[in-house]
Write a protein that binds this ligand. Structure first.
Ligand code: GUN
Length: 293
């Protein structure tokens, strides 16, 4: 029976530590950190994420400003809002909730966010820094996954890590981080829709990270005995929430697995808070203790 990795608990601890830190810093600085979130349209999954982020901010004493924009907003309107927020000294972090409506190209928008306020870590400057081994803001889901591996003492040195999914948000930055010598020193494979023999790769993974967006696509026939599974997906099916992994099917064969819900999701939010506190401290030139990189 696999160990069920309690992401909810790890995330709660991180949030508690941040809450204490904010309490102390707010007194010195005169205000708490502030995260501004831009949400365009009515995509329902985004509504859930935005609510979770807002709640998490409020609980730790972080201001949360939501800019909920009409689906048909123009590129120039959204860019002027971002420029205004870049200049706003009361705002430490800015995020644009993805996905965006089809007429808005995400890269044209993300590149306008000030890299100093890019708490999602999606700006090309921050992604470039990550790639050369000097990360500033690490994208939140990859950062959450690294934190899980670290807190669970899962060895990564020389491990065969197989990532399913090559998104700009998860697969690509995570692969880059995991192959870095001082972070994980793993052997990393990314599989995607063009991969010829998926089973060949998934069956030799010591650590399998699944971010495909396809509900329950990984079953026990696709993994080796004792693998560690990190499930990034979340889907609402008539019978309830599930991930990209068929949890009940694999749980006897895997050594450890992140559940859905309560695995990677809460860690992503916790890392967003952490990045925002980092931006806030940098904004006020307080030395950031980069202890975990
Ligand atoms: N949509 C899905 N995940 C994310 C995320 O981490 N950040 C943003 N901004 N949008 C997302």
């Amino acid at each position: 029976m696999a160990k069920i990795i309690d992401g909810k608990k790890i995330a709660a601890e991180i949030r508690n530590n941040l809450k204490e830190e904010i309490l102390g810093l707010s007194k010195k600085i005169g205000r708490g950190p502030c995260l501004a979130a831009i949400w365009v349209g009515e995509y329902q999954a985004s509504n859930t994420y935005i609510k979770a982020k807002a709640r998490a901010c409020e609980e730790i004493g972080m201001h949360f400003r939501l800019y909920h924009l009409q689906e048909d907003i123009s590129l120039s309107e959204i860019l002027s809002l971002i420029k205004k927020l870049n200049e706003d000294s009361e705002v430490d972090g800015i995020l644009v909730q993805l996905p965006l409506p089809p007429h808005l190209e995400k890269n044209r928008i993300i590149e306008v966010i000030s890299p100093k306020k890019d708490v999602d870590g999606f700006h090309p400057y921050n992604l470039g820094r990550l790639m050369v081994g000097e990360p500033t803001f690490i994208p939140c889901t990859p950062a959450g996954i690294l934190e899980i591996l670290r807190q669970e003492d899962i060895p990564t040195e020389g491990a065969e890590v197989v990532i399913l999914g090559r998104s700009d948000i998860v697969g690509k930055p995570l692969a880059n981080l995991l192959l870095q010598k001082k972070i994980a020193n793993a052997t990393v494979t990314i599989c995607h829709t063009g991969t010829k023999d998926l089973y060949l790769h998934t069956r030799r993974a010591d650590i399998l990270i699944v971010a495909t967006g396809k509900p329950k696509m990984i079953g026990k026939d696709m993994i080796k005995e004792g693998t560690i599974i990190i499930d990034v997906g979340i889907h609402r099916l008539p019978e309830g929430l599930c991930g990209d992994v068929d949890f009940l099917d694999v749980k006897e064969k895997a050594a450890a697995i992140t559940p859905v819900p309560g695995g990677v999701g809460p860690m992503t939010v916790a890392m967003l808070l952490k990045n925002t506190v980092k931006a806030y401290k940098q904004n006020f030139h307080i030395q950031y203790d980069n202890e975990d990189l």
